[in-house]
Design a protein around this ligand. Structure first.
Ligand code: PAF
Length: 276
């Protein structure tokens, strides 16, 4: 495995590498990332993983400075699984001030976008830059960041990028908590409580499968259940899977998404729901 830090060296290396499958990450790799990296091997000759904590997608009061940076440990995990780790510095990715941005679709202002203005614009901009730099045939993203994956699919389709996108299933701890680099911010009691987010979504899915169609009421019940245990809830929302628009009683392919704070840690999760 080679670690490459510059765009020029990466391009030179990939010119001889055959087909490329690409897993963009911000590092601090956990089993969710590693699952994508292992899948990537099945799609191309060369597996590239990027590790770049993108300042453009963090708001001024967010955790950019304290986001865990663990490049050495990440490279050790990737050794033997990836062919290239692309780990550019901020001034390599943003050699000039970024004045051109991807304007994501309207859905970027809802759900996580409502609480994180500019986040998806910064995310989509860096993902487009990375896709242009790596020029993969296939790229893989986790479904844990469901709204992110939706926006990337829209961007790739509408910008006519010749890239296949694979959405990897969310990898969970034994108690159901979705793996996330931010889980390590949780204290021991918070970590025990954290599984309740998944349990709440699971209860809502169970009720929908059991015939419940009043999604506004289901969302309110879920928010109240979380708030009653001390969570500060951003949203619980039942949406159509293909558009992420609000779901109605006639929709069959749904996803329930949630974001909520435990203490100062913001956790997100989602579950797909297939109604018969
Ligand atoms: O999901 C992430 O880790 C980031 O948002 C991504 C896609 C690597 C862009 O910085």
């Amino acid at each position: 495995m080679r670690q490459i830090n510059t765009i020029a060296a990466l391009r030179e290396h990939l010119a001889q590498a055959g087909t490329v499958a690409f897993v963009p990450t911000m590092g601090n790799l956990h089993e969710g990332h590693m699952d994508l990296v292992r899948q990537a091997r099945g799609y191309a000759d060369c597996v590239v993983v990027s590790i770049f904590v993108n300042p453009l997608q963090f708001g001024p009061s967010e955790d950019f400075d304290r986001y865990p940076r663990t490049l050495e440990a990440d490279c050790a995990k990737l050794d033997g699984l990836a062919d290239v780790v692309f780990a550019p510095a901020v001034n390599e990715m943003y050699a000039q001030p970024q004045t051109v941005f991807v304007e994501p679709p309207q859905i970027a202002n809802e759900l996580c976008g409502a609480a994180r203005p500019g986040h998806f614009r910064g995310m989509a901009t860096v993902v487009l830059k990375l896709l242009n730099i790596v020029q993969p045939q296939v790229t893989l993203f986790g479904k844990k960041d469901y709204q992110q994956l939706h926006i990337i699919r829209q961007m790739v389709a509408q910008m006519n990028l010749p890239i296949r996108i694979i959405g990897g299933e969310t990898v969970r701890a034994a108690d159901g908590l979705a793996l996330s680099s931010r889980n390590q911010y949780l204290g021991p009691a918070e970590r025990t409580e954290a599984t309740f987010l998944w349990q709440t979504l699971s209860n809502l899915r169970r009720d929908a499968l059991g015939g419940l169609r009043d999604y506004a009421a289901a969302q309110a019940t879920a928010v109240a259940a979380l708030a009653g245990r001390g969570w500060r809830v951003d949203y619980v929302a039942v949406r159509q899977r293909s558009t992420l628009a609000a779901a109605g009683a006639a929709d069959r392919e749904l996803v329930v998404l949630a974001a909520a704070y435990l203490g100062t840690t913001r956790l997100i999760d989602n579950l797909e729901i297939d109604l018969p």
